[in-house]
Design a protein around this ligand. Structure first.
Ligand code: ZN
Length: 385
C-alpha cells in the first residue's frame, strides 16, 4: 500500500486532546503526518517526519479532519426558491412545502435523481465534506422510499429512513393508517439499506406518540435512532430522543430547561442546523447555552430544497460562530468530531493514528479562516482514503 507524508503543515487539527497542545482541537504546529490509502499512520513534528512513498508539501497551510455532514436530505427533485423569497418577504415557515418536493421526486426518474444528487455530493466534497448522512423522505410510499434509500446508499453508509417526514396528502384523513404503514411495510422494505431511522416530530408533522411508536419499531428492526425535534416549537422531540436513547436530536431550536438538563445527562448529540434558521428567517438557537450545560453539539448542513439549500459547511460554521455563540474551534469540532459522534462513528472526525485518512488541506494558514473568510471555499486538497 502506498504511503504518503504531508510535510510543512502550519497548523494540524487532530481533534485528539492527547496529541498536540492539549486542547479539544488537539493541535500541532509545524507538523507533519503520514497516511496510507486507508488510515492515518503517524502525526508529529515536521522535523521528525519519516520517509514515505509520496510526499505532499502543504506549504504552511492548515490541515483539518474532513467535515462530517451528519444531516442531509440530498436525494430530491425540483427546487423551492419561491418559498425562500416569500419567507424573506416575511411569510412564516410551517413545514407545508415538503409536499411539493414529494410530488416532484415521485415524478423524477432514478437517472435524474442520481445525476442531481451527484452534483450536491460534489459540491459538499469540494468544500471539504468527506462523510455524508443521507435521509429518504420525499416519496412516502413503500416502493418510493425503498427507491430513495437505495439511491442514497450509492453515496453513504449512513442512510436514514425518514418515511415519517410528513403525512402525505392521500393519508390526510387517516393519519393512523400512515403511521402504521411507515412502521410496518415501509420500514420493512427500507431497513436492509439503512443504518438509521428518523422522524420529524414537530408541529405540523408527527406527534410525540406517533414518533415514539415508529421509532420503537425501527429500533426493533435493528436501526439506530435520530429525531428531527423542537425546530418549530417546544414540542417534545428532544425529550423523546433522550427517552429512546437516540443518537442525535436535530434542530433543537426551542429547548426548555428540562430538555437541556436531560440532554446534558444523556449521550444524545444535539445537532444544530443554522442553515435552516437562515433560510426560514427564524431566530438562531444559542449553541452557547447547550455547550455551557455540557451538551455535545454537532453542526450539519440539513441540505434540502425547502429550508436549507446549502452545500457549504464553511457557511454553516460561520453562522454558528457569528449567530449562535460558538467559538471557531468549537464550531469546527462540531462539524467534524461532533458529526462523527452523532453518527456513532469512531473512525472519522479526527486524525489520530488509526483514523480513516479523511482530511482537508486548507488554502489558509489557520483553520479559523473557514469562518473568518465566509463564503470562500478554502480547500486546497481533499484526501479521502
Ligand atoms: Zn432535516
Amino acid at each position: 500500500m502506498t504511503t504518503r507524508v504531508i510535510i510543512n503543515i502550519a497548523e494540524l487539527t487532530t481533534n485528539d486532546a492527547a496529541l498536540g497542545d492539549g486542547s479539544p482541537a488537539g493541535r500541532l504546529f509545524n507538523a507533519a503526518m503520514v497516511l496510507d490509502e486507508q488510515q492515518v499512520l503517524w502525526v508529529g513534528a515536521n522535523a521528525d517526519a519519516p520517509d514515505a512513498d509520496e510526499r505532499i508539501d502543504a506549504q504552511d497551510c492548515a490541515v483539518i479532519p474532513g467535515f462530517v455532514d451528519s444531516h442531509t436530505h440530498l436525494v430530491f427533485a425540483g427546487e423551492r426558491s419561491d418559498e425562500f423569497e416569500a419567507r424573506m418577504a416575511g411569510e412564516p415557515y410551517d413545514g407545508g412545502g415538503i409536499a411539493r418536493t414529494v410530488a416532484a421526486t415521485r415524478a423524477a426518474s432514478s437517472e435524474d435523481l442520481r445525476r442531481t444528487t451527484q452534483q450536491r455530493v460534489d459540491a459538499l466534497r469540494a468544500g471539504g465534506v468527506t462523510t455524508i448522512e443521507i435521509k429518504s423522505g420525499y416519496e412516502l410510499t413503500v416502493e418510493g422510499e425503498k427507491r430513495l434509500v437505495g439511491l442514497a446508499k450509492e453515496w453513504s453508509d449512513d442512510v436514514t429512513f425518514l418515511g415519517a417526514h410528513v403525512v402525505p396528502a392521500e393519508f390526510s384523513h387517516d393519519r393512523d393508517a400512515y403511521v402504521e404503514l411507515v412502521g410496518g411495510a415501509m420500514l420493512a422494505s427500507c431497513a436492509p439499506k439503512c443504518r438509521w431511522a428518523d422522524v420529524f416530530c414537530d408541529a405540523g408533522a408527527f406527534s410525540v406518540d406517533e414518533a415514539r411508536s415508529i421509532l420503537l419499531r425501527a429500533r426493533n428492526a435493528g436501526l439506530g435512532l435520530r429525531v428531527h425535534g423542537n425546530q418549530l416549537g417546544d414540542t417534545g422531540g428532544v425529550a423523546l430522543a433522550v427517552e429512546l436513547g437516540a443518537s442525535s436530536v436535530d434542530h433543537c431550536s426551542h429547548v426548555n430547561d428540562g430538555d437541556l438538563e436531560a440532554l446534558a445527562a444523556s449521550s444524545t448529540v444535539a445537532t444544530l442546523l443554522p442553515g435552516a434558521e437562515f433560510s426560514t428567517k427564524s431566530p438562531y438557537p444559542s449553541a452557547r447555552r447547550l455547550l455551557d450545560a455540557g451538551v455535545t453539539v454537532a453542526l450539519a448542513t440539513d441540505c434540502n430544497p425547502g429550508t436549507s439549500y446549502i452545500t457549504n459547511m464553511g457557511v454553516v460554521i460561520a453562522l454558528a460562530v457569528r449567530e449562535m455563540g460558538m467559538s471557531v474551534d468549537e464550531a469546527i469540532w462540531a462539524a467534524t468530531l461532533g458529526g462523527a459522534l452523532a453518527l456513532q462513528r469512531d473512525d472519522i472526525g479526527h486524525l489520530s493514528p488509526g483514523a480513516r485518512a479523511h482530511l482537508v488541506i486548507l488554502d489558509a494558514p489557520r483553520s479559523a479562516h473557514v469562518a473568518y473568510r465566509v463564503g470562500s471555499t478554502l480547500v486546497r486538497q481533499v484526501l479521502r482514503d
